[in-house]
Write a protein that binds this ligand. Structure first.
Ligand SMILES: [Zn+2]
Ligand SMILES: [Zn+2]
Length: 450
């Protein structure tokens, strides 16, 4: 039994009157059963009102149980709370593309989880996540010509066809709508436990109320469809961060080619052509966009950019009058740390100097060759501390983002093990910074009007 299962069990045993997940499912089934009987045997009005009142009671009881579990999951041995602030997750990707339900419990296995959801309300509560950025990601147009199975699918099925042809900014808004619908449905089904923050000032209130705070983010400048005016629209919707480069070159410039590594698989035959890639830095439009984001108050994320791209973006931020920090929100520290998307010692230093952070992915970092994923994560943290100090370390799991997760670091539930390992290695003060405080400072300094 792992820690999180044990926590679940403790919750089951210690709450005589609480509503456990099993009982919740039972009650939902009963309510559903009553609704079916009602539809054939009773007046629809009476039935609907009975159902509503049962659901309301049910949701309220669940809310209290989930809140207690969340607080307990965040607690260290001294009783101090260590919530997690995760700078990069993608549950809305699974909800949008595969109709996964955020309010339901999912089993997380190490690996890629192609369609199943990893970031759900139970995993967040059980691992003690306080804040997570839900990153919208509409597939780049190049996918539908560069990747053979997607090209075929988009001709045959209306949904991929829509994703391949609707304007990108329209699809981006559909993603934000989906993320908000995920929260609304969860609160209906499980009680008022997750809330969207649309301003920095909302975060503290939501966390203090014992709820999980979700914030919108976006990955890839292609969502703007070449129109910098949309930056204001996304900001008004509550988007706090934008990763400017992504998997294919976009209007802002080139990117790191991550597809070369997967070309060994048989199903990639004929796909992922080099012709679609370009390792150029920021172009003049990208330069303008970065300035615009800094000006409006959407945090600039430069992960996926080449070394040259990162140097350019860092220089723009340093010279910008508003003095905003920038970030690499989700990185993997390789054996050669500056390889691919990984931050070089110079990147770490520069980002730290402006008050920014670097988010570590929940995966098996190959730096220092440790066989244990949690220990390898500690080595990755040590690398960041060595080059940027303890204020640069943050978490950006990339859960639900098609990164290869590792045994023991496969879902937000596993933040329990990370918290424990950090408290055994670092002080409470440092642990609190790595898990939450540094990421919170990035949001405070980078998100919102000045
Ligand atoms: Zn990414
Ligand atoms: Zn991502």
């Amino acid at each position: 039994m792992n820690n999180t299962e044990a926590t679940d069990k403790q919750e089951d045993q210690s709450q005589n009157n609480s509503v456990t997940r099993r009982r919740f499912v039972g009650c939902t089934a009963l309510t559903a059963g009553a609704a079916v009987v009602g539809s054939v045997g009773m007046g629809a009005g009476i039935d609907a009102s009975l159902k509503r009142s049962r659901e309301t009671t049910q949701a309220a009881e669940n809310q209290e149980a989930l809140k207690r579990l969340l607080l307990r999951s965040q607690e260290g041995p001294s009783g101090r709370r260590f919530p997690v602030l995760d700078l990069h997750t993608h549950p809305s990707l699974k909800a949008y593309m595969f109709r996964q339900r955020f309010w339901k419990t999912h089993e997380a296995k190490p690996g890629m989880s192609p369609t199943s959801m990893v970031v759900d309300v139970d995993s967040l509560v059980n691992g003690g996540t306080g804040v997570f950025l839900c990153t919208a990601y509409v597939l780049e147009r190049q996918f539908f010509s560069d990747v053979v199975p997607l090209r075929v699918l988009s001709k045959l099925h209306p949904r991929p066809h829509h994703m391949a042809t609707a304007p990108l900014n329209v699809l981006a808004m559909e993603y934000l709508d989906k993320a908000e619908a995920m929260v609304a449905e969860t609160n209906r089904q499980r009680g008022d436990i997750v809330e969207l923050a649309t301003h920095y000032s909302d975060i503290k209130r939501i966390v203090d109320e014992g709820k999980v705070c979700m914030i919108h983010a976006m990955e890839g400048a292609h969502h703007l469809a070449g129109n910098t005016e949309l930056v204001e629209d996304f900001f008004d919707r509550g988007v706090c961060m934008m990763t400017v480069p992504h998997l294919y070159p976009n209007e802002a410039g080139g990117c790191v080619d991550i597809f070369t590594n997967i070309k060994k698989f048989w199903w990639t035959k004929g796909s992922f052509s080099d012709a679609y890639q370009d390792s150029a830095g920021l172009n003049p439009w990208g330069h303008e966009l970065v300035e615009n984001l800094l000006d409006v108050g959407i945090i600039v994320d430069i992960v996926h950019g080449t070394q040259e791209y990162r140097r350019q973006a860092i220089a723009i931020a340093k010279n910008h009058p508003k003095k905003r920090p920038i970030t690499m929100s989700h990185v993997d520290i390789h054996k050669n740390p500056a390889e691919g998307m990984g931050p070089s010692p110079e990147d770490v230093r520069s980002i730290a100097d402006m008050g920014g952070v670097i988010g570590l992915m929940m995966m098996h970092h190959s730096y220092e060759n440790s066989p244990d994923p949690v220990e390898a994560l500690l080595h990755a943290i040590a690398y960041l501390v060595q080059h940027g100090g303890e204020d640069v370390v943050a978490i950006g799991s990339d859960f639900d983002g098609y990164a290869e997760t590792a045994m023991g670091l496969a879902s937000p539930r596993d933040f329990s093990a990370v918290r424990k390992a950090l408290l055994a290695t670092y002080t409470e003060e440092q642990t609190a910074k790595f898990l939450f405080g540094n990421g919170e400072r990035l949001l405070q300094m980078g998100w919102g009007k000045q």
